[in-house]
Ligand binder design. Structure first.
Ligand code: HEM
Length: 211
């Protein structure tokens, strides 16, 4: 028998390109947004060609990221419905952290933690685009009162903060669960990884392969 682990397809090349384009744009947005958020971080504008360029580029990059995120989110939505077993998984989150996954209900393509990251990202992205458009002085903010623009700025900062924290958790989880990163880099996972972390999905893939 071969020592090479059996591989299962998880993402197509197009899904991976979509994901990494969103990830790169997210990093650019977070850095340019932080540069504009507080004078102590203004030095970050050097990465974008100075203060004026940072201010011009940030909203355009934001719109682009929103559109690419929308495509990614629509592609993944059917795998992210939250059900009874997800609520049970959340009650057992300590077992997951302590690597006792055998005590946790069987997981499908995504676990409840991944699904929460998905939905928090969707909510934050909608919040960020709406508040961002209201704040966009060049084109839209003249249609709103000063109070509305100020409220939008405060909400924009809150959505951005939640989004950054959520993506930090997302990246940490991707690194912490050994074997996950290759799903998004090479498009496949080992059968052992799928069996251990996403048992119900593993069984589905085996059933489909037998047909
Ligand atoms: C910046 C570094 C990032 C890294 C290292 C990373 C890593 C990963 C990895 C390893 C997976 C595969 C997980 C699996 O199949 O079990 C994944 C999935 C995913 N990532 Fe990322 N990611 C990053 C940024 C982002 C950003 C910025 C977003 C969106 C705002 C995002 C949205 C998603 C979505 C929607 C999935 C599919 C999971 C689902 O639908 O629940 N990622 N990511």
């Amino acid at each position: 028998m071969s020592d090479t682990p059996r591989l299962i397809d998880r993402y197509t090349a197009s899904q991976r390109s979509n994901h990494w384009a969103v990830a790169i744009l997210f990093i650019l947005l977070a850095l340019s947004g932080l540069a504009l958020f507080h004078p102590a971080l203004f030095w970050l504008t050097n990465l974008f060609g100075g203060g004026t360029w940072t201010r011009i580029l940030h909203p355009f990059v934001g719109v682009l990221m929103f559109l690419l995120f929308l495509i990614l989110a629509l592609r993944m939505i059917r795998h992210n419905g939250i059900g009874k077993s997800d609520r049970q998984w959340l009650c057992h989150v300590n077992d997951v952290i302590n690597k006792h996954e055998e005590r946790v209900p069987e997981v499908g393509r995504y676990n409840a933690g991944q699904k929460l990251v998905y939905w928090v990202s969707v909510i934050c992205m909608i919040g960020l685009i709406l508040t961002g458009l209201v704040m966009w002085r060049e084109y839209f903010s003249l249609y709103f009162s000063m109070g509305v623009v100020q409220l939008a700025s405060a909400l924009h900062a809150i959505f951005a903060f939640v989004m950054i924290c959520t993506i930090i958790i997302h990246i940490y989880a991707g690194i912490w669960v050994k074997g996950s990163m290759r799903a998004m880099t090479r498009g496949s996972v080992t059968a052992g990884w799928a069996w251990k972390h996403h048992h119900a999905w593993f069984r589905q893939t085996q059933k489909a392969a037998r047909k």
